[in-house]
Design a protein around this ligand. Structure first.
Ligand code: SF4
Length: 175
């Protein structure tokens, strides 16, 4: 994102078209919970091997959640914790209902619930989100997926060419 912003800024500094910028500077669109942690608490990334995949079947999701790191302050079951310092808490913020989230905050801070129970609720919430995605995915044939990808590529190509026409004009390059 930063690199793309820099490219747009540099280009706009050098070239104008009818006195205006050609490349809009991109910006991030963040949800209220922009960070989705991986099972080890770091940024979720394939290269870290800490991902929960959209295609993971339910048993796999539950298995991964079971080993997910938690608030390090909760060494013993009787130690209170803080969902704001726990990657599982971050998942709850994205996927759980307000009622479940309230139970997580109350239970964690009072040590009224254990992490295993809490992770079970997080897995329930995740599975609820993943199930319809996986069902929809299973309904597509390989040919249909290829068509969708080709259609998306074509639309992207048309948009990119519109921009490139302006880029070449601004740089006074031949069409
Ligand atoms: S109870 Fe839940 S939010 Fe609190 S530390 Fe354990 S897993 Fe994290």
């Amino acid at each position: 994102m930063e690199l793309t912003r820099e490219v747009a800024r540099r280009f706009n500094n050098f070239y104008k078209l009818d006195g205006r910028d050609v490349l809009p500077e991109p910006d991030v669109l963040l949800t209220p919970s922009p960070k989705l942690p991986g099972t080890d608490g770091r940024k979720m990334s394939k290269s870290y091997g800490n991902t929960i995949l959209l295609s993971d079947p339910e048993p796999e999701v539950r298995k991964k959640l079971k080993t997910m790191v938690t608030d390090p302050a909760r060494v013993r079951r009787t130690d209170p914790g803080d969902p704001d310092k726990c990657p599982v808490g971050d998942l709850h913020k994205v996927f759980s209902t307000p009622e479940t989230l309230a139970k997580v905050y109350d239970g964690c801070r009072s040590a009224g619930i254990g992490c295993i129970e809490c992770k079970g609720w997080a897995a329930d919430a995740l599975v609820q989100v993943l199930n319809p995605i996986q069902e929809r995915r299973a309904g597509f044939t390989e040919a249909e997926v290829k068509d969708i990808l080709e259609d998306g590529s074509e639309r992207a190509r048309v948009r990119a060419e519109q921009t490139m026409v302006e880029v070449r004009a601004a740089m006074q390059m031949p069409e």
